[in-house]
Design a protein around this ligand. Structure first.
Ligand code: ISJ
Length: 394
């Protein structure tokens, strides 16, 4: 049987510098993170059972491997990186096990290899190419209509909150190297979970769930202010919008925890926007893996709305948008079931020369279409600003 081996290594320094290929898998958060390359196995899946199918596939893959893990920490041993579609429609979700992975967590560093990978010479990250943004002259007007219609439905009592999103498309003028984008995003958003998984690149501020042994945590965001927003996060509207999101996550986690702390909302300041955030932490009452928790939490009221069914059907009707993997879970999981899954926000999907950015915002009864438009613009800035900077590599 093939051997998966994890051994301690010296601190590898910046993980991006250690990632030899443009299509490396990357996951960075503060000083911690992982970089993986080469494909030991890859699984594509779609539909309502995508999370369960991915878990089963990973389990079956593990059953045919010998594991020699000399580190024994979350993220050591075999790891799969994943990125799942928001919707259970026909879109493509992916789960990938790299051949080589290096990681740093809690002061320890390690390397995991699957089989006997060769170590070809890597490449230096390319500068980011220019991008030509594809103008959609009626986008703002369409947005106003969508938000107004959502507000009407909410005021009529058909639902409490819906999260509407839009995309912006661009054409890349040359090859896109996710390492360069991730490196910039990590510098600008060190507190976010910055990722590159199979063409999806971003810096998410929102942790759907992290599971480490019996400990579980989540960071729920809803309510946004931005420079020039001038509304502040102390309004009734923000409180309502936030509470709906925090409650939806709390309800799910409570069903799996013997003890749960839901902290008071606090302001989370990012480089482009400020959010209202609720930290939740707890102790699992039974053995449930990180991806299963993520699949139960998804989609939270932070990216879909409440009640769930009404919100999903309204956003499908109004958005006229294939969200792809935007607003779906993105993260990693190990053989123990430990892992981190974020909501894929502040991200771009890159396919050949096509670049698609996404941003959305929660709509409640007193939302204002113009203000929500500016909110999406501020959120889009996380990725759009990358291309406005000089293109030299660090
Ligand atoms: C939907 C997005 O963000 C979500 C919506 C928020 C809001 O409505 O205030 C805030 C953070 C996220 O939960 C996005 O960034 O695209």
């Amino acid at each position: 049987m093939e051997l998966v081996r994890t051994v301690p290594i010296q601190d590898p320094g910046p993980l991006i510098d250690a990632a030899p290929f443009a299509d490396s898998l990357l996951w960075l958060h503060g000083d911690e993170g992982m970089a993986g390359w080469g494909i030991a196995a890859r699984f594509e899946v779609s539909g309502p059972g995508r999370f369960e199918h991915a878990r089963r596939w990973f389990r079956q893959w593990l059953a045919r491997r010998n594991v020699d893990d000399r580190v024994g920490l979350p993220g050591s041993g075999p790891v799969a990186f994943g990125s799942f579609t928001f919707d259970h429609g026909p879109g493509r979700s992916v789960f990938v096990i790299p051949q080589v992975l290096i990681a740093r967590r809690g002061g320890a560093s390690w390397m995991t290899t699957v089989g006997d990978p060769c170590h070809p010479d890597g490449t230096v990250p390319d500068p980011l190419p220019n991008v030509r943004w594809l103008a959609e002259p009626d986008a703002e007007e369409r947005w106003h209509k969508q938000v107004s219609r959502a507000v009407e439905d909410i005021r009529a009592g058909r639902l409490h909150k819906v999260v509407l999103a839009r995309d912006v498309r661009g054409l890349l003028g040359g090859p896109f190297d996710p390492r360069t984008a991730v490196s910039r995003l990590h510098d600008r958003f060190p507190g976010c979970w910055t990722f590159a998984v199979d063409g999806l690149v971003g810096a998410s501020p929102e942790l759907l769930t992290g599971r480490f042994g019996r400990m579980v945590k989540s960071l729920v965001l809803a309510g946004t202010d931005w420079p020039g927003g001038a509304i502040g996060l102390g309004t009734e509207k923000t409180a309502v919008e936030h509470e709906l999101a925090a409650d939806s996550a709390e309800d799910v986690l409570r069903a799996h925890c013997s003890q749960l702390d839901v902290h008071e909302p606090h302001e989370l300041q990012l480089a482009n926007v400020t959010h209202l955030a609720t930290r939740i932490s707890g102790t699992l009452s039974h053995n449930v893996d990180a991806l299963t928790l993520a699949s139960r939490l998804h989609p939270t009221a932070a990216v879909c709305g409440t009640p769930f069914r009404e919100a999903l059907s309204l956003l499908r009707e109004l958005e006229n948008l294939d969200r792809g993997r935007y607003a779906g879970p993105v993260g990693w999981q190990d053989a123990r079931g430990d892992g981190e899954w974020c909501i894929a926000l502040r991200c771009a999907e890159v396919k050949g020369p096509d670049l698609r950015l996404f941003a959305g915002c929660g709509i409640v009864g007193d939302s204002n279409p113009a203000s929500e438009w500016h909110e999406t613009e501020a959120k889009l800035g996380a990725i759009r600003d990358l291309f406005a900077e000089p293109t030299c590599v660090k």
